[in-house]
Design a protein around this ligand. Structure first.
Ligand code: NAP
Length: 289
């Protein structure tokens, strides 16, 4: 049996019994942690992404934990593929209670040399992918009397995301969809929220993260030092917040973007060392690098 972090056991056992949760990009990183958390609380989980082998490996790991899991190959950029997997999921589980739009792509690219192809790729996966999946699932949620959409964004794209203009544009769009959908679909009992993970050293995070300074190599260490809570996010931090936001405990919460980032996105007074990413304060806590 896979060892579990203590963080995935904070809620009542069986919280998601008889609920079906679909997670795009659920075979790796943060999406996988969410699939595991929802599954351990009793949900039937559907994970959706492009790479069949990675999906199969995730499916094996999740079933070994006793989770009822279905893996489906789908590119969220393709509206008809998305329609196909949603229909299949509804046939198999008779409904989808929670949709987590987590699939995304990201890579560092200075804005002045970013190609329109790069820009389009990220926008198509992050923004159109979120639109396609939600558009396919929501009519079923409305018919069944409610549901929950959770979009995975970044903490605050409006502050700027140097080196990632494509993701800043896409995730800002997703935040606009979150609030708009929350207002449109509240009357149907459909809640729509977003979650913004802090810097998380997943495989993708490790290849994409920068310090915000173009002449630096990617560094999670600097992000850690700039985080008030003094550590990086784990996929399980975001998964726990997702379990809460999609549960009945959050039944009056809609249209929010919850930062799960140890405070790194908090505004800091001008002149404060933390506001300038090129100035790296020396660590003050014992044990810090
Ligand atoms: P990840 O492991 O690369 O997760 C992304 C997932 O999306 C992968 O499983 C990938 O699987 C899937 N995906 C990509 N393109 C797809 C497509 N066209 N159709 C279907 N699935 C697709 O990265 P992560 O770090 O866990 O990130 C998860 C989420 O957190 C993302 O929304 C990301 O923007 C957000 N986030 C991450 C960080 C961080 O520091 N890691 C910080 C803030 C926000 P396939 O390649 O097999 O399709």
């Amino acid at each position: 049996m896979e060892r579990l972090g203590a963080d995935v056991r904070c809620f009542t056992e069986g919280l998601y019994n008889s609920r079906t949760v679909m997670i795009t990009g659920g075979a790796s990183g943060i999406g996988f942690a969410m699939a595991r958390s929802f599954g351990l609380y009793g949900a039937q989980v559907i994970i959706v992404s492009r790479k069949e082998e990675r999906l199969a490996a995730a499916e094996r790991r999740l079933s070994a934990l006793g989770i009822e899991i279905e893996a489906m190959v789908c590119d969220v950029r393709d509206e008809s593929q998305v329609g196909g997997v949603v229909d299949q999921a509804i046939d198999r589980f008779s409904g989808i209670d929670v949709l987590v739009n987590n699939a995304a792509a990201n890579f560092w690219s200075p804005a002045e040399t970013m190609s329109s192809r790069s820009f389009r790729t990220v926008v198509e996966i992050d923004l159109y992918g979120t639109f396609h999946c939600t558009r396919a699932v929501v009519p079923h949620m409305i018919d069944q009397g409610g549901g929950c959409i959770l979009n995975v964004t970044i903490t605050d794209p409006h502050r700027g995301f140097p080196g990632f203009a494509h993701a800043a544009a896409a995730k800002s769009g997703v935040l606009g969809l979150t609030t708009t959908w929350a207002r449109e679909w509240g009357r149907y009992g459909v809640r729509v929220n977003s979650i913004g993970p802090g810097p998380t050293p997943t495989e993708a995070g490790l290849s994409g993260m920068t310090t915000g300074r173009f002449d630096h190599p990617p560094s999670f260490d600097i992000q850690r030092r700039r985080t008030p809570l003094g550590r990086l996010a784990t996929p399980e931090d975001t998964a726990s917040a997702a379990v809460f936001l999609c549960s009945d405990a959050a039944s009056f919460i809609t249209g929010v973007n919850l930062a799960v980032d140890g405070g790194i996105s908090l505004p800091v007074p001008s002149g404060d060392l933390q506001s300038d990413p090129s100035i790296i304060p020396e660590p003050t806590c014992q044990g810090e690098g």
